[in-house]
Design a protein around this ligand. Structure first.
Ligand SMILES: Cc1ncc(COP(=O)(O)O)c(C=O)c1O
Length: 411
């Protein structure tokens, strides 16, 4: 159904099979939240769960809770739930640390699986931490980092390539790469393929098994709604478990942590990717985030996310033209994640003017206003209203208001 009026947007929401999933989040009144790709919304069950964990499990039961409240097995439990959302087996995913740290572990592990190949291929415009970590790993292991600059990643692959590590969705533009085709091309030259799924998990129909991807990492605090600084995930395909060797062999990744042995015996498969003690409070908040996806098929999330971003683009085209906005994200839905980015010379104040009206997006250098569409809790009517606010901001040049907040540290 084409949506040309607000009433049609509301009608579409009434038939949305994900409408009940929105109830699993505690969203503030008067806010249209288009930043769930940066920090996901609060799961409705999280405050009570965390209050219980703090006051009872920690406060009363103290160290007994590691067993009794199943803190010790929480990383594997949460990993199993994330696995379903990214098309991996529960035994192929670990939850630990940050995406940056997991990337370090997996880049090193991947290079060790390809000892004779000197090159790591990454993209210059991928999330900066990925490039920083890639450069450091290359230096530490005496490999070369080949940084792509806009060109087709497939063209950069050759028999020297140990691995290709890319984001599925470009954090700036929202462009989506073809994980299946690129992974196949990496395998054709004997290289491994590692995917950063930070802007995919919880929004797209990720199918790591179908794509025969080798490894993946991703954030827990974006679409997965794990809360600020939530632990991240790491995936290693089962066929690589045997040769897997983490560069951070901590006691929590030991086969028997309480043996307190001076020799590190790695835990089975991805269990060795745990380095130190998990951040239990954050981890259990992430468990509530991931639980909001219970019974939700990734394909349904993807379909709705595509429809939301499509509607946003069409409405911006129709209602906001003539004000200097330029679409950066691909128009073709299959090449786009759950995000729409637009360029505007005054993108920063534009985003601030929208935030003042309760429409929260964010800004990325140099001139990008970025809007994320979390399919689990956004409505078609929200998209309609957000574009109406954008139209009003542009029409009245609200972004030129000197009273708008100045640039903060977090944009
Ligand atoms: C694509 C991508 N990779 C990695 C990161 C960094 O994640 P972390 O802060 O967990 O290291 C981010 C953070 O926004 C990201 O967007």
């Amino acid at each position: 159904m084409r949506i040309e009026t607000r009433a049609q947007a509301t009608q579409r929401d009434e038939t949305d099979e994900l409408a009940p999933v929105r109830e699993r989040y505690a969203l503030p009144d008067g806010v249209i939240y288009l930043d769930g790709n940066s920090l996901g919304a609060l799961p409705a069950a999280a405050p009570a769960r965390l209050a219980h964990v703090v006051s009872h499990e920690w406060g009363q039961r103290l160290i007994r809770s590691w067993d009794e409240a199943e803190w010790f097995t929480a990383p594997a439990r949460v990993a199993g739930r994330i696995a379903r959302l990214i098309g991996a087996g529960p035994d192929e995913v670990a939850v630990a640390d940050s995406t940056s740290v997991n990337l370090f572990k997996l880049l090193v592990a991947a290079c060790r699986l390809r000892p004779d190949r000197p090159v790591i291929v990454m993209h210059r415009h991928d999330f900066p931490t990925d490039v920083y970590i890639g450069r450091s790993v290359a230096e530490l292991l005496g490999r070369r980092l080949r940084l792509l600059d806009g060109q087709d990643p497939v063209a950069a692959l050759d028999r020297d390539t140990a691995l290709l590590a890319l984001s599925e969705v470009d954090f700036r533009t929202g462009a989506r790469r073809d994980v299946h085709a690129v992974t196949r091309a990496a395998h054709d030259v004997g290289a491994l393929a590692l995917w950063d799924l930070s802007h995919s998990a919880g929004a797209l129909d990720v199918d790591l098994a179908g794509a025969t991807a080798d490894m993946a990492v991703g954030c827990g605090y974006k679409y997965l709604a794990g809360g600020p600084g939530a632990p991240a995930f790491a995936m290693v395909a089962r066929r690589h478990h045997e040769g897997l060797q983490t560069p951070l062999p901590g006691w929590m990744g030991h086969a028997d942590p309480f043996a307190m042995s001076p020799e590190h015996v790695p835990g089975p498969g991805v269990a060795q990717l745990a380095a130190g003690t998990p951040p239990v409070l954050s981890l259990l908040a992430l468990e509530e985030g991931v639980a909001t996806f219970e019974g939700v098929a990734p394909g349904v999330l993807r379909q709705k996310g595509s429809a939301l971003t499509q509607l946003f683009i069409e409405l911006v085209d129709a209602r906001c033209s003539g004000h200097g906005l330029r679409l950066v994200s691909p128009r073709e839905a299959s090449r786009r994640g759950s995000q729409v980015s637009v360029r505007h010379p005054a993108a920063y104040p534009l985003v601030q003017a929208l935030i003042r009206r309760g429409v929260i997006g964010d800004f990325r250098e140099p001139d990008i206003a970025r809007f994320g569409f979390a399919p689990a809790y956004l409505r078609f009517a929200d998209v309609w209203d957000a574009v109406e606010h954008l139209r009003a901001v542009l029409a009245a040049a609200e972004h030129a208001d000197p009273e708008l907040p100045r640039r903060g540290t977090v944009t």
